[in-house]
Design a protein around this ligand. Structure first.
Ligand SMILES: *Cc1c(COP(=O)(O)O)cnc(C)c1O
Length: 383
């Protein structure tokens, strides 16, 4: 479909992805490896282009949750191993192992199924420990015995051991610090017995941003890699060094109209206007993932480097007040996110008037607009 037939696009900046990775590495302990979390179609950014951009960066693994997505990543012929987060039934282990993926094991039944599926060489697996989040994994207190049991299974090669301790505020940080210590103590015991697998990981975006030290030799990052804050409370740590990979969201004016003073137009349910007004319409709306403006917010878009208030978001249209952009014309770009001349609208601003978190804003827009990729690997690609 040509852009003119339905103008609406999202630009993902892969150079920002690589710059965010470099900023993550600067905050990690020397020698600590990075694992990229690619779940949820790389947090809505497109798993395949993100993985291609990261494949030469020496990551310990790509981790994802969807079997289909993981198979598509494998089909890209990437060098980086693809590890599955926990989520498969024991009966599904044969599919994962058969597809060349590395499953996560959380119990004995899963371990036995993966070992049985091994053909020729032991099946590589990661083991997940529940160190306090209370969601998935072998309970921390049982993990040492569990790993000792796996050491006797010739069909398995335990390549990694990990846990997940995300937090969003200062209280969570204190909780995570204590849980990291407990996981580190487990690692120390495993190292002493020669049971520690090659890759160990507990750190993720929140702990990397907050600078929590840990004993593991890898971190697994999602939010920070995509330039998204993992925090509900912005005072926990400064994440301004990380720039959103979603760099631009735009459309074009398809009509500009003048409404004389006193005309009884009904935009956004407010009938009649006190003074003459010029309005414009762009063909993107809630169906393309835009939110209805949060009560009390003052949403704006950029046209010709100036701010135009958004009067209404309907199912497939956006109505704009062009009073301050009188020269606006059909075909002009309308940016909901991005920079134009000296003016810019950041992801934080778009998320704020949408009444959503940054990640949820990116997810809502994902896959509904023409996606353009710029940077990394020299040259833009389009999917
Ligand atoms: C999603 C996920 C991560 C990455 O978390 P971020 O906070 O986005 O960095 C790490 N580990 C596990 C198990 C996950 O599910």
């Amino acid at each position: 479909m040509s852009e003119a037939a339905h103008p609406g696009w999202a630009v993902y900046d892969l150079d920002r992805l690589l710059a965010n990775l470099a900023a993550i590495r600067r905050r990690c302990a020397p020698g600590q490896a990075c694992i990229a979390a690619l779940k949820g179609n790389a947090y809505g950014h497109g798993a395949a282009p993100v993985a291609r951009a990261l494949d030469g960066e020496g990551l310990a693994a790509f981790m994802t949750g969807s079997f289909d997505e993981a198979c598509r990543l494998r089909a890209e012929g990437l060098r980086t191993p693809v590890v599955m987060f926990a989520g498969a039934l024991p009966e599904g282990m044969a599919d994962l192992v058969g597809a060349g993926l590395v499953p996560t094991i959380v119990d004995r039944a899963g371990a036995e199924a993966a070992a049985q599926a091994a053909a020729g060489k032991p099946a590589p697996v990661y083991v997940k420990v529940d160190a306090g989040l209370g969601r998935l994994g072998v309970p921390l207190e049982e993990a040492e015995g569990f790993l000792a049991g796996l050491a006797d299974m010739p069909g398995l090669e335990v390549q990694g051991l990990y846990t997940h301790l995300p937090f969003g505020d200062a209280r969570g940080r204190d909780w995570a610090r204590e849980r990291f210590d407990a996981f580190d103590a487990l690692l120390a015991r495993l190292e002493a017995r020669g049971l520690a697998p090659p890759v160990t990981q507990a750190g993720a975006s929140a702990s990397v941003a907050a600078g929590l030290p840990d004993r593991s030799n890898a971190v697994c990052v999602g939010h920070l890699l995509y330039g998204l804050s993992p925090f509900a409370d912005a005072s926990v740590a400064d994440v301004s060094a990380f720039k959103p990979v979603l760099a631009e969201v735009g459309s074009r004016l398809v009509q500009v109209s003048d409404h004389p003073q006193g005309s009884d137009i009904a935009i956004a349910g407010s009938y009649g206007i006190r003074r003459g007004r010029r309005t414009g319409v762009a063909p993107v709306g809630a169906a393309q993932g835009l939110a209805r403006p949060a009560p009390g917010s003052r949403p704006e878009a950029l046209i010709r480097g100036r701010r135009a208030p958004i009067l209404a978001v309907s199912l497939e249209h956006l109505t704009l007040d062009l009073s301050e952009v009188e020269d606006a014309a059909v075909g002009d770009a309308v940016l909901l996110l991005g920079g134009d001349g000296g003016a810019a609208i950041g992801l934080g601003e778009l998320a704020a008037w949408s009444g959503r978190r940054e990640l949820d804003t990116v997810l809502a827009l994902s896959g509904r607009l023409a996606a353009h990729y710029r940077g990394a690997a020299g040259g833009a690609t389009r999917i």
